[in-house]
Design a protein. Structure first.
Length: 180
């Protein structure tokens, strides 16, 4: 049982790997030490569950995750946690990628299924990079296939919205376009 406890705590650090796998950049962050803060921590050894509550903050390099509650859990026979759930109003993460771009995501609930290599943002979900963004009731990211699926709740006024913002023209681009 103590072995499971140690494995659960050590695998808790896998929550920080989610954005790395999702964005396939920002790898330098994961060689940095990780700092986890919360006002309260509860470990349920019997049920292989770790719960952090009240102003949960995870920092590792440029990676920043904020949530009201974070739960890491493992199935009965698992040696490490395989499901991570961050909840908040909203739960957020941000990371500066290796190319200098910043990625931001937020949702009422962010769930990472490690064994399935899948990330789910649910409840007012939004993911953005630069000035482009996608939002919906549920955004699923398949890490292995590198695909994103956004869906609405199906209600009449519920829609998936994606915004693509073109790059601003520079003076040199405008001059080149004026001279045929």
């Amino acid at each position: 049982m103590l072995k499971r406890f140690s494995s659960l705590l050590s695998s808790f650090t896998l929550i920080a790997l989610v954005p790395c796998a999702v964005m396939a950049q920002g790898k330098s962050d994961f060689s940095q030490p990780m700092e986890v803060e919360s006002s309260q921590e509860e470990l349920d050894i019997k049920n292989n569950r770790l719960v952090l509550t009240d102003n949960v903050i995870i920092r590792q390099g440029s990676l920043l995750i904020r949530a009201d509650r974070l739960e890491a859990s493992a199935s009965e026979n698992a040696e490490q946690a395989d499901t991570f759930v961050a909840e908040g109003t909203p739960a957020t993460y941000s990371q500066t990628l290796d190319d200098g771009n910043k990625i931001n995501a937020e949702a009422n609930k962010i769930t990472y299924f490690q064994s399935e290599q899948r990330l789910e943002l649910s409840g007012k979900a939004r993911i953005s990079q630069g000035s482009s963004s996608s939002s919906g009731d549920l955004i699923t990211y398949d890490l292995d296939k590198q695909t994103i699926t956004a869906t609405s709740s199906g209600e009449e006024d519920s829609r998936v919205i994606t915004i693509f913002t073109p790059k601003a023209k520079t003076d040199s681009n405008e001059k080149n376009n004026e001279n045929p």
